[in-house]
Write a protein that binds this ligand. Structure first.
Ligand code: FUB
Ligand code: ZN
Length: 575
């Protein structure tokens, strides 16, 4: 049994969010945005496609080839909300109805493979063979989304139907794909890599699942296939599908260890790098982790916009060149979701706080503005400037972003804290309660937050069976004026990997505070689009990168946190 090598991991116990800023927004996403997305996906034909497959009505597919995946991703997001304690009988009934139709569609078509566009409209072109196109068909993407939906809905409810669909699909793909004599097929749109790893990890967490189903459970095969999909990039000689060489667009231009720049379609890229990092943790691969960190450095130092957006170029929705950061940039919402997932996995792999600076920036800026306050209109592109013609749409011909928004805010609780054997990590400063189990006992804390208007974050240790370590992330935007107190006494904590390390015990009250004020951010001079421009940032609401923090706060008393001032950093800014 292989377990991921993580420096820290999400909490074993529950996290309840009770935050003046975030709670109302999460409520809107659950009450309004989630049903809105399901309704509109149904109107597009997402369920009808499965029904047509059951009925054998060929050439009837509606909407995009990846609409199966969008419905399944929304189920994953909804499941995460349920796991966090949201209650809705209607939602559960709805997903159960979908699960039953999806299972019938899968069983009616003979094998575990399930991708309605190909099955209805291109039955002889599976995976882009015989004149099809793997980039357009999204066969593996749709099956990968089925893994996610199955795993998350099972974790939320213990229900087996979607999980069994995921197992059938994974078994079918494992029989078909791999080193010769199997077919050498890698995803045209990444996602299945990390999704298959999630299926594997669930089966490691709950080995008795195999006793509760008649579907064969083959975790070693799932890991083999995830490995193949990541290591099989950039190797084209055995391919029988089209296009054989997917190039930079799908991160297929070189083997991963020879990829030095983030290139190609930004959603595909960030999700691919997420898979690379997850596999690095499972296999303990320094080579894969080094590749992921190298690409991360390229993105965050040269290709990241000030609002947390990535993927500057409209053509092929791809990353631009280094420092090419126009304020009219494309910046698809989904690409930032991929960036957040990638950052979260890197944080777990390394235990370093810097990744949460990017997650925080993306959540408070691009992610929040990608949905209307009412919760039922969305941005696909997120440029920093507009001629007045950029409006949120009620729905889109390619509605890929709302499902990814649900996946992000569904796991919001997982971003706030992490744990290792010694105690807790506080990664984001949101209010509420958190519980965690350790080998040595149980901990419960309660936090009160005031971001984004002020930064006065208090934490009470309500219960702790033993003293433990609390690691507080030192945000990149803090300055020399930040203060940490335990029980009213100011302390000078040890610093490690971007965290202040506190030894705390039951009954302790911790306060982390800093007065916030507006400040100017300038871009690196290489960013030609921003010459003569500044952005105004206010604390949390538009944070600067670590490199810029150093430039702004040369007297910071958090010496090992920011990089040295001569390191090339960048922030693109709107005028
Ligand atoms: O290909 C499926 C989705 O459509 C991608 O993730 C988006 O970028 C859009 O191209
Ligand atoms: Zn999208």
């Amino acid at each position: 049994m292989i377990r991921p090598i993580e420096v820290n991991r999400p909490l074993t116990g529950s996290v309840r969010i009770d935050d003046p800023f975030w709670s109302p927004k999460l409520r809107t996403f659950f009450d309004i945005t989630l049903p809105d997305s399901f309704d509109k996906l149904e109107q597009d034909g997402a369920i009808e496609n499965y029904e047509n497959l059951i009925a054998g009505n060929l050439n009837t597919h509606k909407a995009c080839p990846w609409h199966d995946g969008l419905l399944l991703e929304t189920i994953r997001g909804a499941s995460d909300y349920l796991m966090r304690g949201e209650q809705s009988e209607d939602l559960i009934r709805r997903i159960d109805r979908y699960a039953e139709i999806i299972e019938r569609a899968q069983l009616s078509s003979g094998s575990g493979y399930l991708s309605t566009f190909t099955q209805l409209d291109r039955p002889h072109q599976r995976y882009g063979e015989n004149g099809g196109s793997i980039l357009w068909q999204h066969d593996l993407y749709n099956n990968g989304c089925l893994f996610e939906a199955g795993v998350h809905y099972y974790r939320a409810t213990g229900k087996m139907t979607l999980l069994e669909c995921a197992l059938r699909s994974a078994n079918d793909l494992c029989m078909t794909i791999g080193e010769p004599p199997k077919k050498w097929i890698v995803p045209g749109h990444s996602l299945p890599e990390y999704a298959l790893i999630e299926l594997y990890e669930l089966l490691m967490d709950e080995p008795d699942i195999s006793q509760r189903t008649s579907v064969p459970v083959l975790p070693a095969e799932y890991l083999r296939l995830a490995h193949f999909w990541i290591r099989g990039r950039g190797k084209h000689e055995h391919r029988t599908n089209h296009p054989q060489y997917m190039g930079e667009y799908a991160q297929d231009h070189a083997p991963i260890e020879k990829q030095f720049q983030a290139v190609g379609h930004a959603v595909r890229a960030t999700l691919f790098y997420t898979g690379v990092t997850r596999l690095a943790m499972l296999e303990g691969s320094g080579e894969l982790l080094a590749a992921s960190k190298r690409l991360w450095k390229n993105v965050t130092e040269r290709k990241l916009h000030v609002n947390g957006g990535v993927g500057a170029t409209h053509f092929e929705e791809k990353f631009g060149e280094d420092y090419d950061l126009p304020n009219s940039a494309y910046l698809e919402t989904c690409a930032t979701v991929g960036l957040i997932f990638w950052a979260e996995s890197l944080s777990r792999a390394t235990g370093h706080a810097e990744y949460y600076d990017v997650i925080e920036r993306a959540l408070y800026n691009l992610m929040l503005s990608s949905v209307s306050l009412q919760g039922d209109a969305y941005f696909y592109r997120n440029p920093l400037t507009s001629d007045g013609n950029d409006h949120r749409w009620a729905w889109h011909g390619c509605p890929c972003c709302p499902p990814m928004i649900h996946k992000t805010f569904g796991m919001f609780d997982k971003f706030i804290y992490a744990q290792d054997p010694f105690g807790l990590f506080v990664n984001l400063y949101a209010g509420g309660t958190a519980e965690a189990e350790f080998d040595w006992g149980f901990v419960r804390i309660r936090s009160h937050a005031s971001l984004p208007r002020h930064f006065t974050h208090s934490i009470q240790v309500e219960h702790a069976d033993m003293p433990f370590l609390m690691r507080l992330r030192i945000p990149g935007w803090t300055s020399g004026k930040a203060v940490i107190q335990i029980n009213g006494e100011t302390i000078q904590p040890e610093l490690m990997n971007g965290y202040a390390v506190l030894r705390v015990k039951q009954g302790d009250n911790i306060l982390f505070m800093e007065p916030l004020s507006p400040r100017r951010i300038e871009a690196h001079p290489y960013v030609r689009h921003d010459r003569g421009c500044v952005a105004i940032a206010y604390g949390h609401s538009s944070t600067a990168s670590r490199a810029w923090t150093t430039r702004e706060n040369p007297t910071s008393r958090w010496p090992e946190t920011p990089p040295s001032p001569w390191k090339i950093g960048l922030i693109c800014s709107a005028a």
